[in-house]
Design a binder for this molecule. Structure first.
Ligand SMILES: Cc1cc2nc3c(=O)[nH]c(=O)nc-3n(C[C@H](O)[C@H](O)[C@H](O)COP(=O)(O)OP(=O)(O)OC[C@H]3O[C@@H](n4cnc5c(N)ncnc54)[C@H](O)[C@@H]3O)c2cc1C
Length: 541
């Protein structure tokens, strides 16, 4: 298998779509294997999420050093994170550093959007199409298109008539945006909204936050890394990654073995208080083991966080608007914050509760709600993504016999390990639905995905095999494993992107679980078992 350009047609052993954390590492590994690989990326540079999301306030919720690639000791030694939770510019610099260090750019083509790919059975290859009308061929098509790379705008009448400055957070300009002296609106209060609101509130003349429903937020407690901490981090990388790999979602936070409902009220309050005072996702991931599965335990935690919100917001009526009533803590993505609740104590900030006064329409000058018309100089759409499967729904992916992936997933995703697909030979979806990477400190799962895929391709190559496809039975079994594991979790009882619900996208109003909630250790074990049994559950030819 080689890149064949003799006929003017480009043919590769593997084509990777996307140059974020996943695509960059997959390129590195496949090139190491000696394959001819080409990466195609929609953006003008590497970095994926960290290339696109340049809004003020964008930063990690993962501890920086737990997010880093672990595959190169040299890289770990050379790179220094400046903060415990690095901001977007630093993470982008990191990924650019990785691309330069391993000379990855020479095999990446930027500003190239894949529109679809059709499987050609006779030649056992994918014909891959791009928005500029070009096409290439590859034995393996590896999608590294990310679960959060398809931004969605709010479905509001007249949205495009608005004539002022307007930006989606994931399509932020590559130049500074000035809020000083402006009347600014932010629509959306998810993880991104919470980050951007805290920044805009610092300089905007007025900030109006349009909240459809509040989310449970918890303190990030970011700070610079001291030289002594830097030394300890570098000496301790092995332990950091080992810890992450043992935990449910790849973070440096191990859940408490006790049940919240079984300990005394004092013990319970003590752990809640301790975790609320610690940085990062500990309050979500290192809590009592029953808070995500037992509604009584979850109610105790939610009540604790509600008290914290009330203690931080001066106006009791506003505090109540900021406290979720339709879901418990952690059953939707938890935004981490620094002074989010205190922002609502500022005289320049107003909370518009859309449950009381819904938006009717947008006009050239602003937003009209049932309470009246509001004019703005600048509107920020912090309305997130068509998450996890959204990138796939916009691709014309056709497998054997012309079957379309969107049709296959019409009733929800069906996959094998979240990586391989019955009816779609040689298609590999890194970070695909029903893959552990969907609910993870992502690089920890991405490395696992990429290394598993690399071993598979090495094995096929060594034996001169050119086609792999999972069996329907293996896919049924995996899908059942995913859905059974999720059924016990409270997060499946709530509308959110975890369950594929997005009210701004037509057809996304039914719950269809998209994540993997059996934990990273189980996922890794299952993948290892498949590999150890010579890829049981697949047909290799
Ligand atoms: C604001 C924000 C903050 C986050 N913070 C964290 C965090 O703290 N911790 C954490 O673990 N995760 C976080 N995430 C999740 C983050 O997406 C992952 O950590 C990681 O960056 C995913 O890498 P990826 O390479 O799989 O996907 P991405 O980084 O999304 O890269 C996918 C790439 O594919 C390209 N692409 C997509 N479709 C096409 C196409 N059709 N043709 C060509 N190119 C295409 C996109 O342009 C993009 O560059 C965050 C996400 C966001 C949006």
């Amino acid at each position: 298998m080689n890149a064949d350009t003799s006929s003017g047609v480009e043919r590769f052993d593997a084509v990777v779509i996307g140059a974020g954390v996943s695509g960059l590492y997959q390129l590195y590994r496949l090139r190491e294997l000696g394959l001819e690989v080409r990466v195609y990326e929609r953006g003008g540079g590497v970095g994926g999420t960290w290339y696109w999301n340049r809004y003020p306030g964008a930063r990690f919720d993962s501890e920086s050093y737990s997010y880093a690639y672990s595959f190169s000791d040299e890289l770990l030694e050379e790179w220094e994170w400046s903060e415990h939770f690095a901001a977007q510019p630093e993470t982008l610099r990191y990924l650019e550093f990785v691309a330069d260090k391993f000379e990855l750019r020479r095999d990446i083509r930027f500003d190239m959007t894949m529109t679809g790919a059709h499987w050609q059975e006779a030649a056992r290859e994918w014909e891959i199409f791009f928005a500029d009308g070009s096409r290439v061929y590859a034995r393996f098509l590896i999608t590294a298109i990310g679960g959060f790379a398809t931004p969605t705008l709010p479905a509001i009448e007249g949205r495009d008539s608005y004539a002022g400055e307007a930006y989606h957070t994931a399509q932020w300009p590559h130049r500074p945006v000035d809020f000083a002296g402006k009347r600014v609106a932010v629509i959306g209060t998810g993880a991104t909204g919470v980050q951007v609101i805290q920044e805009v509130a610092k300089t905007a003349a007025t900030l109006s936050v349009f909240q459809r429903q509040p989310n449970w937020c918890a303190p990030l407690l970011n700070r610079p890394i001291t030289p002594e901490e830097q030394r300890r981090i570098k000496a301790g990388y092995k332990q950091i990654f080992a810890l992450c790999n043992e935990t449910f979602a790849g973070f440096m936070h191990q859940s408490d073995r006790r049940n919240a409902v079984e300990v005394s009220a004092e013990e319970r309050e003590a752990l809640f208080e301790k975790l609320y005072g610690e940085p990062g996702f500990g309050i979500w991931m290192a809590n009592f083991r029953d808070v995500m599965i037992d509604a009584r335990a979850n109610a105790l935690l939610s009540d604790f966080i509600a008290r914290k919100i009330r203690s931080r917001v001066n106006d009791p009526a506003i505090a109540e608007k900021l406290i979720p009533t339709n879901h418990g803590f952690g059953t939707r993505r938890v935004p981490l914050e620094t002074n989010y609740y205190e922002v609502y104590n500022q005289p320049n900030v107003r909370l518009v509760d859309l449950r009381e006064t819904p938006i009717l329409r947008m006009t050239p000058s602003g937003i009209v709600t049932t309470a009246g018309a509001f004019d703005f100089d600048l509107i920020v759409f912090a309305t997130g993504f068509d998450a996890v499967t959204g990138g796939y729904s916009r691709l014309d992916l056709r497998g054997a016999g012309g079957r379309r992936l969107v049709d296959k997933w019409a009733e929800g995703p069906r996959t094998f390990l979240g990586l391989l697909h019955e009816g779609f030979p040689n298609l590999v979806t890194l970070v695909g639905p029903h893959n552990a990477a969907t609910f993870c400190n992502m690089p920890r799962c991405i490395e696992q995905n990429v290394e598993w895929v690399t071993r598979l391709l090495a094995r096929l190559r060594a034996q001169g095999r050119t086609r792999i496809e999972p069996t329907p039975a293996a896919e049924d079994e995996w899908t059942a494993h995913v859905l059974d594991g999720a059924a016990r979790m409270l997060l499946t009882k709530v509308d959110s992107w975890f369950n594929g619900v997005n009210r701004n996208v037509a057809g996304r109003d039914l719950r269809r679980f998209q994540l993997y909630a059996n934990g990273l250790p189980t996922y890794r074990r299952r993948c290892e078992e498949v590999a150890a049994q010579d890829y049981a559950g697949t047909v290799i030819a």
